[in-house]
Write a protein that binds this ligand. Structure first.
Ligand SMILES: Nc1nc2c(c(=O)[nH]1)N[C@H]1C(S)=C(S)[C@@H](COP(=O)(O)O)O[C@H]1N2
Ligand SMILES: [Mo]
Length: 203
């Protein structure tokens, strides 16, 4: 009898989509450093700030009126599991960024989350067309552990860059390390280049 190992690609297509050093999971593991923050729609807001001509702030109700997109993408955690074909629904980061005029020096972004988690991204990575602020996954509202009410999804980077419980994006001139990047994870984190860790002193 053939034994199916769920961690191995089923076919050539899955094998092609698995970055080096990764195995497959068919489940949806939760990976959080710390507690799941609570959410109050009355006080929640989402902000774009830093190197922008004028800051923008949306209430939860306002944010949910922005046009929606759906993106199917693969999710690669640096701890080596990958989950293929995630159907994310939310607002494209390109759409959100249309509402601000960037200062010419803006080249990087810091993502700020409830609970204090941060992660940094180059602006060109953040503005890729498959990057979104998601509130649904595979047709269901995100559960609190997976980032409800709003998480970033950056398919072309390791999943620690896909920040959960996002509250703001800060535009910056210089690159600065976020939470895991300060603890030795790579500043860019491209899974196809296996950019898992950087050399000390991590900046
Ligand atoms: N705010 C916040 N976002 C986070 C994390 C976290 O600890 N806090 N963990 C990251 C890591 S390491 C991974 S692999 C993914 C996991 O997302 P999931 O728990 O929805 O699978 O979320 C990322 N986003
Ligand atoms: Mo991760």
């Amino acid at each position: 009898m053939a034994v199916v190992n769920p961690q191995r690609p089923r076919d050539a297509e899955e094998a092609r989509r698995l970055p080096p050093g990764q195995y497959l999971t068919r489940k949806f593991p939760v990976l959080t450093y710390g507690e799941t923050p609570s959410f109050d729609p009355a006080t929640w807001d989402f902000r774009l700030w830093g190197l922008v001509e004028e800051e923008v702030r949306w209430s939860y109700e306002e944010f949910m009126r922005l046009p929606t997109v759906e993106v199917v993408s693969d999710f690669h955690c640096v701890t080596r599991w990958s989950r293929l074909n995630n159907r994310w629904e939310g607002v494209s980061v390109r759409e959100v960024m249309r509402h601000v005029r960037l200062r010419p020096e803006a080249r990087y972004a810091m993502i700020h989350c409830d609970g204090g988690y941060t992660t940094n991204l180059a602006l060109e990575v953040l503005l890729d067309d498959d990057v979104l602020l998601a509130y649904k996954h595979d047709g269901e509202w995100l559960t609190p552990e997976h980032g409800y009410p709003l998480r970033l999804v950056v398919p072309k980077r390791y999943a620690w860059k896909s920040a959960k419980w996002v509250r703001s994006i800060e535009l910056m001139a210089e690159n600065r390390p976020g939470f895991w990047e300060q603890h030795g994870y790579h500043m860019d984190g491209d899974p196809w280049k296996e950019e898992r860790y950087s050399e000390p002193p991590y900046r």
